[in-house]
Design a protein around this ligand. Sequence first.
Ligand code: UDX
Length: 484
Amino acid sequence: MRDFVLRGDSVKIGGRYSAADLVCAFRNSSKGEFSLRLSVIGCGYVGLVTGACFAEAGHEVVCTDIDSERIAKLNAGGVPIYEEHLDRILGSARKAGRISYTADAGEAIRAGDAIFICVGTPPKDSGEADLSAIDHVARQIATEARTSKLVVEKSTVPARTGLELKRALAAYSGKGSPKFRVASNPEFLREGTAVGDFFHPDRIVVGVEDSSSAAELQEIYRPILEKSFHCPVHNGACPPAHRVEFLVTTINSAELIKHASNSFLALKISYANVIADLCEKIGANVEEVTHAMGLDDRIGGQFLKAGLGYGGFCFPKDVQAFIHLSASVGVDFDMLKATERVNRQRIDRFFEKIRQALWVVKGKHVAVLGLAFKANTDDIRFAPALEVVKRLLAEGAVVHASDPEAMTRAKTLFPQVHYHEDPYTALRGADAALVCTEWDSFRKLDWDRAGELMARKLVIDGRNIYAPQTMREKGFEYYSFGRS
Ligand code: UDX
C-alpha cells in the first residue's frame, strides 16, 4: 500500500513549486527507496528515452508498442533507434529488472500507476495533427485498466487534446470502470542529446486538473528535481547547473507551451536564414551578425545558425500543427507561415548555389555528406538532405552519399543512391561535395586528402561548418550560407 502525503498548502494550479513544497511518499517499503510503477505506451524516440531514463532514475517501467517486432527486438536486448547513451541505460535498467517490454498493451496498462502516452502524432495533409493513435490508446486504457490511473500525454499534441483525451477515456469506460486523471507533460528532448536533456532539463512542465496529479508527477520527477540520480551522461560528474523549474499549469497551457516553444525556435532559425540571405546581398557575414545578436541576453545565441534549415519530426510538424490550431480558433499566425516558407526556400537557395557552381547537374558525380536531419541521430524524417537528394536525382546527378548513422534508413527511400561508410570513398571522383548535416566527423575531414580524390575541388556547404578562408587556401571553390 502506498501513502501519499501533501505538506503545506494544497497545490495551486499555475504556480511554481520547489521539491520541498510537497512531500510525497510513494515508498518502496522493502528497500526504503522511492520507486513508482510507470507504463510507457509507444517505444519511439520519446517513449524509449522516457522509459529508459525513468528506469535509470529508479522507477519500474513497463513499455509497450503496437509494433510487435520492435518489442521482440527490445526483448532480445536490441535498440531500434540510435540515440547516444540509450543502449547503455537500457542495458543497465534491464539487468536491474527495472524495465520490461510487452506487446500486450493491456498488460502494460495494468502494470503502471501512471501511464505515459508517447505515440506518434504525425501531420495530416492539411497540417493538422493526426490524433488517431492517441484515441486508440485512450480506448485501450479505458477497457484494459483495472485500477485508477494517472494518464499523462507526452506526445506533442495541440492544445485541448487533454480535454478530448479525458472525454474519450470516459466515453470508452464501462460502468464501474476505474477513475482516470489526465495530465500533460510535454517533452523538450532534442534527438542526439535526449538522455542528457532528460536528466538536466531547464524546466519540467506539468499540466494538471488537480493537486494529486501534480504531486504524483512531482514524485515521478523527484530524482531529477533533487538530482539524486547517477548521471549516465556525465558519469556522476555533471557540470554545475541551475535549479530545475517544476512548473504546474493547466493542461491547455502545458500543451500550448510545447507548441509555442518549438515554433519560436523554428522562427528563430528562419529569421537567421533570412539574415543570411541579406548578408549575401549586402556583403556581410551572418556569423558575425548572429554572434553579436546572441550576446544580447534577451535574444540568446542558440538556434541562430543559418544553413539548410530545420527538419526532423518535431519542428516541421509542430509549426504546421500550431498554424492549423491557431486558424481553427480564428487566429492567423502569419509569422509562422513565413517561418515555414523561409524554411522550404532553403533548399531552393541551396540549389541556386549548386547550379551556379556546377552549371549542369545532369550526369555529375555529387557527394552528399550527411543524410540525417541533424548530427548525432539516425533520424531522416523531414531531413533537408532528403529533399536535396530527391532533387539531385530528378535532375540526373549520380549521387554518392555518406552518413555515420542514417544510411540504413535512407537506403529504403533512395535505392539508386550509392552509399559509402567512408566519406572519402563518396568523394572519390566527385564533381562536388554537398554538406547537408553537421556531423563532427565531417568537420574533421582532411580536405587536402579529399581534394586529391575529387574530380573537382568544389564544396557547397549547407551547414556552414568550414571556414571559407581555410577552404579557399586549400584550393577549393567554396560556397556556404550568408558568408560572402
Ligand atoms: C526539437 C526541440 O529542440 C526539442 O526541445 C523538442 O522536444 C523536439 O524538437 P530536435 O527535433 O531533436 O528537437 O532538434 P533540434 O536540435 O531542436 O534541431 C531541429 C532542427 O533545426 C535541425 O534540423 C537542426 O539542424 C536545425 N537547426 C537548429 C538549424 O538549422 N539552426 C539552428 O541554429 C539550430
